[in-house]
Design a protein around this ligand. Structure first.
Ligand code: CMP
Length: 139
């Protein structure tokens, strides 16, 4: 089933100039970029995006990190895009991520884990709408 998911290449990866290397892994997995831009989030935008984690021990540190530098947000499309991208990303904690995954290759730790991807169709729709309007999504 053709599906869309939302992706962030996080500040730790952009800072190390890894956008191209990460996109190569995403595209190799059969996902197509149908929207993309580079942004620098405010603390409020990061808090809004991660609102589901509000109250967790890592919330403040995570939202500080996410607005510490530019990120690349994108919409990816392909067969079972949500699960396909989650497989390509690997486990949240890079110490548990499989060989060949983005996080195994590039993540620094459980917070600075290089990429984000939606976990379900409902969150994908919400996350896409948080950063993109319909005119910015092509293909
Ligand atoms: P992400 O997939 O973007 O979703 C929530 C983020 O919180 C996660 O990746 C990590 O960057 C960050 N995080 C920090 N600590 C933890 C933790 N203990 N468990 C889960 N996520 C964490």
């Amino acid at each position: 089933m053709t599906q869309r998911t939302f992706s962030i290449i996080k500040p730790d990866a952009v800072q190390r100039n890894l956008q191209g290397a990460i996109l190569k892994m995403i595209q190799k997995a059969g996902l197509r970029v149908v929207a993309m831009k580079m942004i620098h989030m405010t603390k409020k935008q990061a808090e809004g995006f991660y609102a589901v984690h509000k109250g967790k021990s890592f919330f403040d540190s995570l939202t500080d990190f996410m607005c510490s530098g530019p990120v690349v947000v994108s919409v990816l499309e392909g067969p079972d895009a949500i699960s396909t991208y989650r497989k390509v990303m690997g486990a949240t904690n890079p110490a548990s991520a499989d060989e060949g995954t983005i996080r195994r290759a590039y993540a620094l730790d459980i917070e600075k884990n290089s990429v984000h991807g939606s976990d379900a169709p409902e969150t994908a729709a919400e996350e896409i709408a948080y950063f993109f309007n319909q005119l910015e999504i092509v293909g």
